[in-house]
Design a protein around this ligand. Structure first.
Ligand code: SF4
Length: 191
């Protein structure tokens, strides 16, 4: 079993290096450090409840001090906007500025992955999802996920959803974004 785990680890490291190398030219083009790109990419993919300093720290697994510095620099460049929450003024909401959103929209799907057929893509997605759930449980980090598999999501109709946690209707755009409040349906069954 140890040999198999080692082989899996090496494969994951190889994949991660290839993906990082592929996005390096994008980062260079826009003068972004890897961590700055990661913050922009997270803010582009998270839902409206998840754009906070602590959520960014949890998602990237980085300290508050370092993420805070990165966000200050991105604000200075006009790529990130920070505004007080409408209901709780102690919380600042982070969003991409128009320019930040424009830059990140140029970051398309990995060319390396584009040639994969649908069956392999689906199988790989399921395996990677299962691996991520295992890792998040194993090292006890906050899980992030999508409404589809969340215990708080109520499907009202094809295009209408409702979040029982934040007690808010969700749009089809909301439900495909990453959420910091996500809790899997399996956690509910285990609980
Ligand atoms: S249903 Fe779950 S994932 Fe969706 S917004 Fe609510 S808490 Fe987040």
């Amino acid at each position: 079993m140890t040999d198999k785990v080692l082989k899996l680890q090496q494969t994951l490291e190889r994949l991660s290096n290839l993906l990082r190398a592929e996005r390096r030219s994008f980062q260079t083009k826009w003068g972004l450090l890897p961590v700055q790109f990661e913050v922009l990419n997270y803010l582009a993919s998270c839902n409206r409840f998840s754009g906070t300093l602590m959520a960014v720290c949890d998602y990237l697994g980085q300290t508050k001090g370092s993420v805070s510095q990165t966000i200050k620099l991105l604000e200075k460049r006009g790529l990130v906007l920070k505004q007080p929450d409408e209901t709780d003024k102690r919380i600042s909401r982070l969003t991409l500025s128009e320019e930040g959103a424009q830059i990140i929209s140029e970051y398309n799907s990995s060319v390396m992955l584009l040639g994969l057929d649908e069956e392999t893509t689906d199988k790989t997605q399921s395996a990677v999802d299962a691996l991520l759930v295992h890792l998040e449980k194993n090292i006890k980090v906050k899980p992030f996920g999508f409404c589809e598999n969340c215990q708080y999501n109520c499907v009202i109709s094809d295009n209408e959803y409702y979040c029982k946690l934040v007690k808010t209707p969700l749009t089809p755009e909301d439900v495909v974004k990453v959420c910091v409040e996500y809790e899997s349906k399996s956690q509910q069954r285990e609980g």
